[in-house]
Design a binder for this molecule. Structure first.
Ligand SMILES: Cc1ncc(COP(=O)(O)O)c(C=O)c1O
Length: 347
């Protein structure tokens, strides 16, 4: 088997560091279904505080945190609006429809970037029993399938200003909100306060092995806690994994800038040899390579670099996604540049 020299498949691949494992081993724990796990409570309070919300709820996955958020806002048969490339509509396997009876409609975007007017133009309220009513708008920041795109704060503000008079709430899929915060310097709470609920992942760029947090009002989180249990995700001595999340927030947040710099360096170096990527489009830790001019599919290119020890994800017919994280260093980045050059410059 080929030795992996750069694993750029996803930022979920990180393994807990020795220091993180130590924090996990030392964690004070209790039964969290009885709200007796001090480490889980500390994590929930910490993340809620960072995001400018009253309360948090620790969840095993980002998908669950999103789905609990969606169901808090949308009644069965009601509608959520989202970008057509949003994780909640593309990659949560129909969960909003299956679990909550939610109807989805989507707007189109370039690279997932929010244009408030496009979302607002689709909002349908006050239509009585004749049309489906919009009960939620979802924004993803950064945008995964868009290529790590950061949502402009001004557009989020414009969306909020347009929705507030209509009484339509907003949910943020902030799986990678940490990356947006580090890249822009905009405070996490400045993003967070514009939404009714926010989900964030600890298990992506921050490097925890598992875990997400949903935040919102105290009442909303109490309701989400009931639904989490109903879905079978009430956890017991979960402080062991919450400790990894706390460690990640304390020690791995600022270093996301290193991932962003390496992703940009990769794109800049590759663009010097072959025009398959625009370095200016690399805003955070994700690079999207457009293979349409190469005569080969994303799957073929991914397989070819895979033979050189670089793992990449074919995110579409002609789009290869690469994601930088804690476990890819400068040498791995150099190896990835070399592998892509060799594959793209030879046939
Ligand atoms: C934007 C976004 N939201 C939500 C999720 C879901 O996270 P999880 O895999 O923990 O369910 C992901 C996972 O990749 C994601 O990229």
């Amino acid at each position: 088997m080929t030795e992996v020299v750069a694993d750029l498949l996803s930022d979920t691949l990180t393994r807990p560091t020795a220091a993180m494992r130590h924090a996990m081993a030392e964690a004070e724990v209790g039964d969290d279904v009885f709200r007796e796990d001090p480490t889980v409570r500390a994590l929930e309070e910490r993340v809620a505080g960072l995001l400018g919300h009253e309360a948090g709820l620790f969840c095993p996955t980002g998908s669950l945190a999103n789905q609990l958020g969606l169901r808090l806002h949308v009644r069965p048969g009601g509608e959520m609006l989202a970008d057509s490339l949003a994780h909640v509509v593309r990659a949560e396997l129909g969960a909003a429809a299956v679990f909550s009876g939610i109807t989805s409609r989507t707007w189109s975007s370039v690279a997932g970037r929010l244009v408030a007017a496009d979302a607002l133009a689709m909002v349908t309220t006050g239509v009585g029993p004749y049309q489906v009513e919009t009960q939620l708008v979802v924004v993803e920041n950064t945008h995964n399938f868009g290529g790590g795109t950061i949502q402009p704060l001004t557009e989020i503000e414009a969306l909020r200003a347009g929705l507030e008079p209509l009484g339509v709430p907003m949910h943020l899929d902030g799986a990678r909100l940490w990356n947006a915060h580090v890249a822009t310097g905009v405070a996490l709470a400045a993003y967070g306060r514009l939404f009714d609920t926010v989900s964030v992942c600890l298990s992506k760029g921050l490097g925890a092995p598992v875990g997400s947090v949903l935040v919102g009002s105290t009442d909303a989180m109490a309701e989400a806690r009931v639904w989490r249990k109903r879905y079978g995700a009430g956890m017991r001595q979960a402080g062991v994994i919450a400790a990894a999340g706390l460690y990640a927030v304390d020690h791995h947040l600022d270093r996301l800038a290193e991932d962003h710099a390496r992703a940009r360096r990769f794109a800049t170096a590759l663009a010097e040899s072959v025009s398959v990527v625009d370095p200016a489009a690399v805003e955070t830790n994700i690079v999207m390579i457009d293979t349409s001019s190469t005569g080969r599919s994303a799957a073929e290119i991914s397989a070819a670099v895979g033979e050189k020890g670089v793992r990449a994800f074919p995110a579409g017919k002609d789009r290869v996604r690469l994601v930088w994280h804690l476990d890819v260093d400068d040498a791995g980045t150099d190896a990835a540049i070399e592998a892509f050059r060799e594959v793209l410059l030879t046939r």
